[in-house]
Write a protein that binds this ligand. Structure first.
Ligand code: PEP
Length: 261
């Protein structure tokens, strides 16, 4: 049984005082919720604040990207070791907004994925097709190329020792991100099943344990039906993660323990 994971992606939102309110509210709202792993990925400047306010709670924290290099003359880049210094558990890798805005390729996403593993960070690797790609019937081949880029990019020691087995994959259809509508649970399930089957041809143990989370307009209203699908192991949550009550309801939907109200 895979333990579900719910991760908030704050994107470029927040500020010191606003974050303080949100982080304190999240720790209060989520206190005692069992059976689910919870994290928030905050903008880099607020990693220290997240560490200070979340340490000792049941909420972990992470970054929204990391460099594909480990150190050196890469102005404005942030390495995996640097975010690890701030106690991060996770880093998002290959989010579609990064792929679109900064032309991050499958190759560079694979490099970032490896850097995260070497830096002791659990990568949450984002994959997903655009609306045009889906309409052209290319959704599975696009996602396949994205997934194979990271698996084929692993060095032999990492592969042989299974050092990537904690890595998470997030299926985020680009057309459902920041949109009015989410993917139907059956549509999302179909792609999650496709990804798990693909990964199993590469490493069956990893495929069985792999946490495959769904992202794209998850709300308190649709979370339960998405999370009840057999291959959906939680969610990556954008807008709704900025509202502590909504985020709590989504985390509750991922918890196997019934919450008494
Ligand atoms: C995201 O950008 O990762 C995301 C899932 O956003 P939203 O929930 O707002 O669609």
């Amino acid at each position: 049984m895979r333990r579900k994971l719910v991760v908030g992606n704050w994107k470029m939102n927040g500020g010191l005082s606003q974050n303080q309110l949100l982080l304190n509210s999240l720790t209060q709202q989520l206190k005692g919720l069992q059976g689910v792993d919870i994290a928030v990925c905050v903008p880099y400047p607020y990693l220290h604040q997240a560490k200070m306010l979340l340490a000792g709670s049941n909420i972990q924290w992470g970054a929204q990207n990391i460099s594909r290099f480990s150190e050196g003359a890469y102005t404005a880049s942030i390495s995996a070791e640097m975010v690890a210094d701030f106690g991060c558990t996770y880093a998002l890798i290959g989010h579609s907004e990064r792929r679109a805005a900064s032309q991050e390729s499958n190759h560079s996403a694979a490099q970032r994925f490896s850097q995260a593993l070497h830096g002791g960070i659990t990568p949450i690797f984002c994959v997903g097709e655009t609306l045009t790609e889906r309409q052209l019937g290319l959704a599975q081949s696009v996602v396949k190329n994205q997934v194979l880029a990271i698996l084929n990019g692993l060095d032999s020691a990492t592969f042989e020792l299974g050092k990537y087995h904690h890595a998470v994959i997030a299926y985020e259809p680009v057309w459902a991100i920041g949109a009015k509508q989410t993917a139907q649970p059956s549509e999302a399930q179909e792609m999650h099943h496709f990804i798990r089957t693909l990964v199993s041809t590469y490493d069956a143990d990893y495929a069985a344990a792999l946490r495959l989370i769904y992202g794209g307009s998850v709300t308190p209203e649709n979370a339960s039906s998405l999370f009840s699908m057999p291959d959906i192991d939680g969610g990556l949550i954008g807008r709704a993660s900025l509202d502590a009550l909504k985020f709590r309801r989504i985390c509750e939907a991922a918890s196997p323990v019934t919450v008494v109200k």
